[in-house]
Design a protein around this ligand. Structure first.
Ligand code: ATR
Length: 275
């Protein structure tokens, strides 16, 4: 039996053990997927342990994704582009870093029939999750406006590709104006997660959206955030973060095992295990 795990600080909330163990069992693969708390700043020590203990690989959640980057022997294109590693494979004592968040997001959109090429997309948030999403959307040929409470962080993110990314503020008037101009809205802020207080102060900016504009939230718990509820009641198609969660895990498992995995089949399998 080979070992896999997720590291984080905290890590107890992670759905990765449930997702991966369910998939491994269904696929008849001889791995076990554990949950390993690793304190901030201890990734180097953890990586040495993982190599010594014969781990095949691991996933990383907050706050380790950036910390792992300089510790990798090799980085794949997306990990390098995004500057964050969420999947590490250990082969012959060497660490290979991948990022499956951005590609997982694009696949989740594709599963919903949303094709970002040529779209004008309004992104809310400019943190770690927004970065993975934005850089892959730009690569896919979209034009982005990034609205963030701390506008400096939006400016910093948009400096990556000023031709295709434009920073903006987070006030009601700005959000409304940007909503009128977009073909897709994606919430990448951490607002609205389970346990957090109210999501947005007011949702009138959604009234600016054109008919047919879909609204995506990266959050999967709760399954319907207030933003998605408000958008659905205004007649918009809504997509939560479950597709991203499942797709990034399927891609990670493909890297761990080196074998192709049927994502559609895994989605069906995982559907009743998740909220
Ligand atoms: P993640 O990894 O989930 O992206 P993060 O990097 O901490 O987490 O980013 C959180 C995002 O949610 C940021 O865009 C943050 O805005 P700031 O850059 O201004 O902090 C946004 N966010 C969190 N709380 C917020 C709030 N109360 N109002 C508006 N935006 C908020």
């Amino acid at each position: 039996t080979r070992k896999l795990c997720v590291i984080g600080d905290p890590v107890g909330h992670s759905k990765s053990p449930l997702l991966h163990n369910t998939m491994l069992k269904a696929l008849g693969l001889d791995y076990v997927y554990l949950c390993q708390p690793v304190p901030r700043g201890q990734c180097k020590q953890w990586l040495d342990c993982a190599k010594f203990a014969g781990y095949a690989g691991f996933n990383a959640t907050m706050p380790h994704k950036e910390e792992l980057v300089p510790l990798m022997d090799e980085l794949d294109g997306d990990a390098r582009l995004i500057g964050a590693v969420n999947t590490v494979c250990i082969r012959d004592g060497k660490a290979y870093g991948y990022n499956t968040d951005g590609e997982g997001f694009l696949r989740a959109l594709d599963d919903e029939g949303i094709h970002p090429a040529g779209m004008k997309i309004l992104i809310l948030g400019a943190g770690g999750a927004a970065k993975a999403v934005c850089l892959k959307l730009v690569q896919a040929g979209a034009q982005l406006t990034v609205c963030n409470r701390t506008v400096e962080k939006a400016e910093e993110l948009c400096a990556f590709d000023p031709l295709h990314m434009r920073p903006a503020g987070f006030d009601r008037a700005t959000l409304y104006k940007e909503a009128t101009a977009c073909d897709l809205l994606v919430n990448c802020t951490s607002l609205g997660m389970e346990g957090a207080a109210g999501q947005f102060e007011d949702f009138t900016f959604l009234d600016g959206l054109k008919t047919g504009t879909a609204v995506v939230d990266l959050i999967y718990a709760p399954a319907e955030t207030e933003l998605l509820w408000q958008a659905r009641h205004r007649g918009h198609k809504t997509v939560n973060g479950l597709g991203l969660l499942v797709n990034q895990a399927v891609l990670a498992l493909e890297y761990f095992t080196g074998q192709p995995i049927d994502a559609a089949e895994m989605k069906k399998l995982l559907a009743d295990k998740l909220p």
